[in-house]
Design a protein around this ligand. Structure first.
Ligand SMILES: *[C@@H]1O[C@H](CO)[C@@H](O)[C@H](O)[C@H]1NC(C)=O
Ligand SMILES: *[C@@H]1O[C@H](CO)[C@@H](O)[C@H](O)[C@H]1NC(C)=O
Length: 326
């Protein structure tokens, strides 16, 4: 169904070179509100607001004068959830801010327990939580279950203690899909980390029947910033174009070595991914949205901010990539 929408979209805009898109109907079909922040290339833009210091989406929207399209929240499935075989959000969601923002909730739900602990019953409880708390209030949820699994399941990282047991992971993915699929406002978002030889994404691919949105997390080094094609092209061609699935960047930023990038470097990366000078070319067919990792110390060692705590001039440069940001 997505491919049909995309074809209509492609015909409607008549190609990027002629006129930039002012809307993105594929993104809207996935619950993004049309009055959200959108780049000149038709890419909806949103935020992963920091939780310490606590930044709300209302704060960021006030600073930009626009409505963030997406709202990423990190949360965990814990041993307590496993022991009780139930999930209630663990107080990790700023529910009122999420609902009032009108943004799509990108729920980055991290299984910090064994794959085999993610039972069908627990998945049903996850589906119930998102239904009761969010979709019943008309908030669309992109369930980014076990994001960056190729990285977090690395035994030396060990955030996902289930490790590289691909088939056990895929079983949990399918259980989560089965539990949430009946709810039309929940979309399963497959979002590994950057594809590398040591941590390839392919073994973690659940199959097109179980995935609604694809994306890849990537934080290039600011001293050598790639263009969109170099950064995401292979992934996009394989999983978005290859299966006619929507593509979204669920988190990104740039850093310099292990420190913060300069403002100019952050702005260059932002522009490359949502509003490049030469346009996005064929990549705009399935590309719906980009979410910026608006984090800094103490939660994250590195300062990625492009709005929070920034000068008016920096905020203006950030939003100059977007339709109403002139
Ligand atoms: C629910 O969200 C959809 C999609 O964004 C929107 O079109 C619709 O107007 C909303 N309905 C209500 C009752 O808010
Ligand atoms: C992932 O990387 C491997 C090499 O490590 C390469 O063969 C493969 O084409 C890449 N796949 C994608 C989707 O980028």
């Amino acid at each position: 169904m997505y491919s049909i929408t995309a074809v209509i979209l492609a015909l409607a805009v008549g190609g990027h070179a002629i006129s930039p898109r002012e809307s993105n109907s594929l993104g809207e079909s996935l619950g993004i509100k049309p009055d959200s922040m959108i780049s000149y290339d038709g890419i909806y833009f949103g935020w992963a607001p920091n939780y310490s210091p606590q930044v709300t989406l209302a704060d960021l929207n006030e600073a930009t004068g626009q409505k963030g399209a997406t709202y990423n929240v990190y949360s965990q499935i814990t041993q307590d959830n496993v022991d009780s075989n139930s999930y209630d959000g663990n107080d990790q969601y700023n529910v009122d801010d999420i609902i009032s923002s009108g943004a799509v909730l990108i729920a980055s739900l991290m299984p910090t327990v064994d794959w085999t602990d993610i039972t069908e019953e627990l998945c049903n409880s996850v589906a119930d939580y998102f239904k009761t708390t969010f979709t019943s209030k008309n908030v669309t949820v992109w369930l980014r279950y076990a994001h960056e699994m190729n990285y977090y399941a690395d035994p030396s990282v060990d955030t996902y203690p289930g490790g590289r047991d691909y088939s056990a992971f895929l079983t949990t993915w399918k259980s989560m899909h089965a539990a949430t699929h009946p709810n039309p406002l929940i979309h399963m978002f497959w979002s590994p980390n950057e594809n590398t030889t040591s941590e390839p994404v392919a073994p973690w691919w659940p199959g097109e029947d179980y995935v609604d949105i694809v994306g890849m997390d990537y934080y290039p080094d600011a001293s050598d910033l790639p263009d969109f094609a170099t950064a995401y092209g292979d992934f996009y061609d394989t999983y978005a174009k290859g299966y006619s699935l929507p593509f979204a960047i669920a988190e990104t930023g740039t850093q310099l070595g292990s420190g913060a990038a300069t403002v100019a470097q952050k702005q260059q990366w932002l522009k490359s991914i949502i509003n490049p000078a030469a346009g996005l070319g064929d990549y705009d067919e399935f590309y719906v949205s980009c979410t910026w990792f608006e984090y800094g110390p103490p939660t994250n060692e590195v300062d990625f901010y492009i709005v929070y705590g920034q000068t008016e001039a920096v905020v203006e440069e950030t939003i100059s990539n977007t339709e109403s940001g002139v």
